[in-house]
Design a protein around this ligand. Structure first.
Ligand SMILES: Cc1ncc(COP(=O)(O)O)c(C=O)c1O
Length: 383
């Protein structure tokens, strides 16, 4: 088998999520599938073909390296957009391959124009507006200079988009800040329109924005976490739950993480289990060793607190999680044996362990946990 655990990716769940999210944004807005962080841990080689099968033709990544990886997989003339890092040396490759990219400062803008001039080929740019996130984007104070420059160099680029990103649309606490960002974006947009510079697309929304602020949907939405079946936050879920009251959770998780029992053994009372003295057997115990530890993405913080599923029952992690193994208490489960399926995330019979409960236990964001699932755990697509 050559691996100690594997991740299943459900095609059916993915298609379900895309259908639901497409319904929310309507026919006219483009669905951009955000596949940075190795498609939030799901594997770009798995997600891109499924997305293309669902009619998606636009993909968003963070860096030129991620664009290169995606470029090897895309078919059907899908487009790729870099939202973050693109070094000067990578610019030529991007322009050559019609890769779209965010332009958020003068260095990149000038580099894009200079490279396009040299190559005799237009750069496909998305101008990012700084609307209050305070990460990247042109400040409104400089808009006059920006417009002048863009007008002067119009032959060397295709004005693919005007965009921004919100500072936490998933949290109610940021409501006012998001509202102000929406107004600021409109101000940018009006200025561009007044000066006859029309982007092909206006796009600002990530999952949370599209799900809770419909006026952010515009011409395209950059959907990340929700396409993988996760709500960006409990607030976002509650908002949609109220609106789509027929279905309690229209988003389905794609990912299950499974392993199997490596060893089953008995420990007599009065003995510590595993490294150190964090767990003492106070009765005769049956334990199972699972070949997944912190080197495989199962956090050491889950020592003595984590849970997994075996034979349709929830069992507790006891002792410390080691680099390559964890130990679970199977005292009350009859017939557990070597080779039994272990579900670390996902369903088994009538029980399930969700990423969110897993995250709570290990104090990680679901975004963080997903993108940190080691790339060497094989991903298998199931129907
Ligand atoms: C610029 C940008 N757009 C869209 C997204 C997708 O966000 P989400 O996964 O919350 O949908 C991200 C993710 O961080 C982002 O940085």
């Amino acid at each position: 088998m050559f691996h100690t655990s594997y991740i299943e990716i459900s095609k059916k769940a993915y298609k379900n999520n895309i259908r639901y999210l497409k319904k929310i944004i309507g026919k006219d807005a483009i669905f951009s599938s955000v596949i940075k962080g190795n498609a939030y841990g799901h594997g770009v080689e798995n997600i891109i073909p499924m997305a293309e099968e669902s009619g998606i033709r636009h993909f968003s990544v963070f860096s030129a390296k991620e664009a290169l990886d995606a470029h090897k997989v895309i078919k059907n003339g899908s487009r790729i957009m870099i939202m973050g890092l693109l070094d000067d040396e990578e610019m030529e490759w991007a322009i050559e391959n019609d890769i779209e990219f965010f332009v958020f400062d003068w260095c990149r803008l000038e580099q894009a124009v200079a490279t396009a001039k040299l190559m005799g080929k237009k750069a496909r740019i998305h101008i990012e507006a700084e609307t209050g996130f305070n990460r990247t984007g042109f400040d409104y104070e400089n808009i006059r200079d920006l417009i002048d420059y863009l007008k002067q160099e119009q032959e060397h680029y295709i004005f693919q988009g005007l965009c921004t990103h919100y500072a936490g649309a998933e949290s109610l606490a940021n409501y006012l800040r998001i509202k102000n960002q929406i107004s600021k974006f409109r101000q940018f947009n009006r200025y561009f329109t007044r000066h006859d510079l029309q982007p092909a697309l206006r796009h600002t929304a990530c999952s949370a924005a599209a799900l809770t602020y419909p006026n952010t949907i515009m011409d395209m939405v950059r959907f990340g976490i929700s396409q993988y079946g996760f709500w960006p936050s409990p607030e976002t879920h509650m908002f949609r739950f109220r609106k789509d009251s027929k279905d309690t959770n229209p988003l389905k998780r794609l990912l299950s993480w499974k392993s199997k029992v490596m060893v089953v053994k008995t420990v007599e009372p009065g003995n510590f289990i595993g490294y150190g003295s964090s767990f003492l057997a106070n009765k005769r115990m049956k334990i199972a060793i699972i070949p997944v530890g912190y080197a495989n993405g199962f956090s050491r913080a889950l020592s003595n607190t984590g849970r997994v599923l075996i034979r349709g029952r929830r069992v507790s992690v006891i002792g410390t999680v080691t680099m390559n193994t964890m130990t679970v208490n199977v005292t009350d489960i009859p017939n557990v044996e070597r080779g039994d399926e272990v579900v670390i995330i996902g369903k088994q019979k009538r029980l399930s362990i969700s990423i969110s409960s897993f995250c709570e236990m290990s104090e990680q964001l679901n975004y963080q946990l997903l993108t940190r699932l080691p790339q060497d755990i094989p991903r298998v697509i199931v129907q």
